[in-house]
Design a protein around this ligand. Structure first.
Ligand code: CP
Ligand code: NVA
Length: 306
């Protein structure tokens, strides 16, 4: 069963072919209205269910449009008005939904719940963000960087701010795609140590810094994300602790000339990034957001067609 829960278990060659398929599908439908299906409509007759335990704009709309463009249909389930919020088990929910739909995308508070769902389901399950990772986001990010001309092999990407779920998926991607990752965080906000250890064991080049300027030195790409993720309780402390890791124009000038800027969005201008950077010429954020659609179409096709 092709679940897309994290990048770890997926061979590098398969991830490469997912990215290539995302790019060729995107090119093949150029000029079509967004609601029109791709000519080959490979997932005709398939339905994707999406379960949301947390808010979403991009993931929700891009997956909805993705399955439609592949010829299928979607349905959206808010955890709060399903029986999940009244205590029905994840496993029973997974078994029942597997009888109705062809694949499930889940955005969950607890990563362990997505894993439990996948273990009980008899259809492919996709992680649409948990507190631990956001693998779909990273596929879109890598597509965006390649389209902008970056050769991922040997490139240097700097992550600045909180060592959070999105940072984790960058760490997982580093050994798969051959880029080196410099992570700059304050003490106490480092990425998951087991992720770093595993990436290094798989020949990933991961460097950790306690200084934003050191992290971005020599970087081809600078990546920021919110300082307060969904589910974080200590917003005031985080904003204070992470303030020195804001991506400003001055910090961008310490990266390589013409370095690209990414942010998965939603953004908080003036907190984790200044407006002149995120709205400036080095920023790729709207191509990045668009590529959620294209990357996820390739993920859906991989899940359902191998
Ligand atoms: N980047 C991202 O996942 O956005 P949403 O929270 O809007 O889905
Ligand atoms: N790190 C953020 C990403 C949002 C897409 C969060 O988890 O809220």
């Amino acid at each position: 069963m092709n679940h897309f829960l994290d990048l770890w278990p997926i061979p590098a060659g398969e991830l490469r072919s997912i990215l290539d398929n995302a790019k060729s599908r995107k090119a093949a439908r150029a000029g079509l209205p967004k609601g029109a299906a791709d000519k080959d409509a490979p997932l005709g007759g398939h339905t994707l269910a999406m379960i949301f335990e947390k808010n979403s704009t991009r993931t929700r709309v891009s997956f909805d449009m993705a399955i439609r463009q592949l010829g299928g249909t979607s349905l959206i389930i808010s955890a709060s008005d399903s029986q999940i919020s009244r205590g029905e088990s994840i496993e029973d929910t997974a078994r029942v939904l597997s009888r109705y739909v062809d694949a499930v995308m889940m955005r969950a508070n607890r990563h362990a719940d997505v894993e439990a769902f996948a273990a009980a389901a008899s259809v492919p399950v996709i992680n649409g963000l948990t507190e631990k990772s956001h693998p779909c986001q990273i596929m879109a990010d890598l597509q965006t960087l390649e389209e902008a001309g970056l050769n991922l092999k040997g490139a240097r990407i700097a992550w600045v701010g909180d060592g959070n779920n999105v940072a984790a998926s960058f760490i997982h991607a580093a050994p798969k795609f051959g880029f080196s990752l410099a992570v700059g965080t304050p003490a106490g906000y480092e990425p998951n140590a087991a992720d770093v250890q595993r990436a290094r064991a798989e020949q990933g080049r991961i460097e950790l810094f306690r200084d934003a300027a050191k992290a971005v030195a020599g970087a081809d790409v600078v990546v920021a994300d919110t300082f307060v993720s969904m589910g974080d309780k200590d917003a005031d402390k985080r904003l204070q602790d992470l303030a020195p890791f804001k991506v400003s124009g001055e910090l961008m000038r310490r990266a390589n000339g013409g370095a690209m800027f990414l942010h998965c969005l939603p953004a908080h201008r003036g907190e984790e990034v200044d407006a002149d950077v995120i709205d400036g010429p080095q920023s790729l954020i709207f191509d990045e957001a668009e590529n959620r659609l294209h990357a996820q179409k390739a993920i859906l096709e991989w899940c359902l067609k191998g």
